[in-house]
Design a binder for this molecule. Structure first.
Ligand code: WT7
Length: 645
């Protein structure tokens, strides 16, 4: 069987930052001499006090410690804003495209500077000091970028909570990092619908203590303002000066916390620091997307996810790029929206997720074909494995066969892209994230932790640190060590399965832990289960992923009801609404099966392997069921499965 290989187009190679030979040379140096390599590339950003030490990292489970450029000082907002004023003050820093196609705004670097300084002074006026945590719960409006950069300017640590999370999820995250200040908006606007952000904040903080809520006016919708606690951003901004000196920060001072789901427990606060993170985000942004002066770059993610942090805000702005920020959704007002925005703003580089590609593919190629898209040069994909059908459709129809697709594998924890093609260097294979970025040493291990050589399939680990790596779980270093460094001694465990082919290309096969990936969003099955068992009619719940045509994986729920409760359609709806309310719409179960009993071992452990198979509708070979406490439950589970083909 021959697999398709797409060579690097000659016109791309001719102008790209690196070609195949240069990639090899740089990669070799990056892994044989990381000190020298990063010592040099660390200079791509401006330091207040230059670093003398480059790398000081240990994966020893008794002493996990990760430090990069540890004696250097800098300010991240000065790097993303101030340093561009002299050379490109009048260039667009952010092109903001509203939910409504008639609304857009261009923010130059000069304007960005003014806005970030004002926002920083508003934070100061609200009592925010260096080291304080600030929770940001905003829609995709320029103020989200201003707020992030303003935190960085005053040395505060931001924690962005995606606007689709429920009041409970928001509260949990505010409490965990002890933020005293929340930045939100009256309402968000997505696909013509209003999202009640301020009302959600009000609900979230009913039971917790917060000093200030800063409210940005977006829709003008009616919201409650609590005296002394809630302030309107525009009123405060009118009162403050537009100058705020950037605070000198150590390279290892925290920049942000971002919560992400794992296989157990509540979401973890992934902590990223300043120097190494910025070096890595800016370097990957330049090389992976082959960003060139004057390019218009668009990443369709939300700033509530790490992709928005690294590839809408920090990476592009550190590079003095023009970054497009989109408030809306791919299908509003029609499934041609993405392609129309590309033509409207002459986008050169476009970075989106497989789930969006699949849904737009389903909406019909005619929506693409009626637009020009001739400005496009590079396409990108992120969030989950991209199936070859979607890859080919994206390549043929969106890119007219001209534009390389960079399938970028990375994680919230990694801060930036780790496995990816480089447009001018890497022949592409649809569905493969291809090869490691500079300084990244992927490896495959078997269940015992034995390193696998050559073409092989196993669990994906990383053998050494890179500057963008997370430093700890906020407030719980032990959990950091346990989660990532205790499965395989001396290695960072990614949680992903992966295959390496004979050409050394990596093919991510998906999570091997109890994490599922729904439309590119990471979900811990344990979180959904704990939401379900909090419902008074539910006695037990088990959640697994199953293959879903659009979402990649769907959420399949097995519930055992309390004695006397009847399994009805109404109850199905009630449980679905309950999970949406508890966690947020992104956790909404796709299929719910009422199960009188769950398959358990004699020691009471749920055998998820069996539940996964039944959810996939492939139960012919359930494997060994002899250890089940009550094998009879299986027949009922199969009989009443919800995903019959
Ligand atoms: C998990 C990380 C990184 C930003 C978005 C998601 C999966 C991510 C790819 C890709 C195959 C991918 C992995 C990873 N994933 N990108 N290109 N190919 N799988 O960040 O929420 O931290 O999720 O997403 O399973 O572990 P995240």
């Amino acid at each position: 069987m021959s697999e398709a290989v797409y060579p690097v187009p000659a016109e791309i190679a001719a102008r790209a930052h690196v070609d195949a030979a240069r990639y090899q040379e740089m990669y070799q140096r990056s892994v044989t001499d990381p000190e020298g390599f990063w010592g040099e590339h660390g200079k791509r950003i401006d330091w207040i006090k230059p670093y003398a030490r480059v790398k000081n990292t240990s994966y020893d489970p008794h002493n996990v410690a990760i430090k990069w450029f540890e004696d250097g000082t800098l300010n991240v907002s000065a790097n993303c804003v101030d340093r561009h004023l002299a050379t490109r003050g009048d260039q667009a820093a952010i092109i903001w495209e509203g939910d409504d196609p008639n609304e857009h705004k261009v923010i130059t670097y000069k304007e960005l500077h003014r806005e970030v300084n004002k926002f920083a002074n508003v934070l100061h006026a609200c009592g925010v000091k260096k080291g304080d945590r600030v929770t940001i719960y905003l829609p995709m409006i320029p103020e989200a970028a201003y707020a992030m950069l303003a935190c960085a300017r005053v040395g505060a640590v931001h924690s962005i909570v995606f606007g689709g999370f429920s009041p409970d999820s928001l509260a949990q995250r505010v409490v965990d990092c002890e933020s005293k200040v929340i930045v939100t908006a009256d309402e968000g606007l997505r696909g013509g619908r209003r999202v009640p952000l301020k009302a959600n904040v009000d609900k979230a903080i009913e039971k917790i203590a917060v000093d200030k809520v800063i409210v940005v006016q977006r829709t003008g919708g009616d919201v409650a303002m609590s005296d002394g606690r809630d302030v309107w951003y525009h009123e405060e901004a009118d009162r403050v000066s537009d100058h705020c000196a950037p605070v000198e920060m150590n390279a290892e001072d925290p920049l942000f916390i971002l919560y992400t789901s794992g296989s157990t427990g509540k979401p973890k606060g992934v902590l990223h620091t300043s120097g190494g993170y910025l070096v890595y985000a800016s370097m990957t942004h330049e090389y992976v997307f082959d960003y060139q002066q004057g390019d218009v770059y668009w990443c369709t993610a939300d700033v509530g996810w790490v992709t928005g942090h690294s590839y809408i805000v920090y990476g592009p702005l550190a590079n003095g790029a023009t970054t497009l920020m989109f408030e809306g959704i791919p299908t509003y007002p029609s499934p041609a929206r993405f392609w129309e925005v590309i033509d409207k703003h002459k986008v050169n580089i476009f970075y989106t997720a497989p789930t969006a590609i699949r849904s737009l593919m389903g909406a019909g190629t005619e929506h693409v074909k009626k637009t020009s898209r001739k400005s496009l040069r590079i396409l990108g994909s992120v969030g989950e494995p991209i199936n070859p059908e979607a890859w080919t459709w994206y390549h043929e129809n969106v890119g007219d066969g001209r534009c390389p697709i960079v399938d970028t594998w990375w994680q919230t924890e990694t801060g930036g892209i780790l496995i990816t093609p480089l447009p001018g260097a890497t022949p592409l294979k649809p569905g493969s994230a291809t090869r490691p970025f500079f300084g990244v040493q992927p490896a495959l291990v078997d269940a015992e932790g034995k390193l696998l050589e050559g073409a092989a399939e196993g669990n994906l680990v990383l053998l050494d640190s890179w500057p963008g790596q997370m430093r700890t779980v906020y407030g719980d270093h032990e959990r950091f060590v346990q989660t990532y460094f205790s499965t395989y001694h001396g290695m960072y465990f990614t949680g992903d399965g992966c295959r390496r082919d004979a050409d050394g290309y990596y093919w991510i096969t998906g999570r091997v832990d109890d994490v599922i990936n729904v439309s590119g969003h990471r979900m811990g099955t344990a979180e959904v289960e704990s939401a379900l068992v909090a419902h008074p009619k539910v006695s037990e719940a088990a959640v697994v992923g199953y293959p879903h045509d659009l979402k990649g994986q769907g959420i399949y729920v097995y519930v055992t009801l309390m004695a006397g409760e009847a399994p009805t359609e109404d109850l199905r709806k009630e449980l679905r609404d309950w999970v949406r309310k508890e966690i947020g719409p992104i956790a909404s179960p796709d299929l719910i099966q009422f199960a009188p009993g769950l398959p358990k071992t004699r020691s009471g452990k749920i055998m998820r392997r069996i539940l996964r198979k039944i959810a996939e509708d492939s139960f012919d070979n359930l494997g060994d069921t002899s250890t089940l406490a009550d094998p009879a439950v299986i027949d009922d589970l199969i009989e009443n499965r919800q995903n019959k083909h």
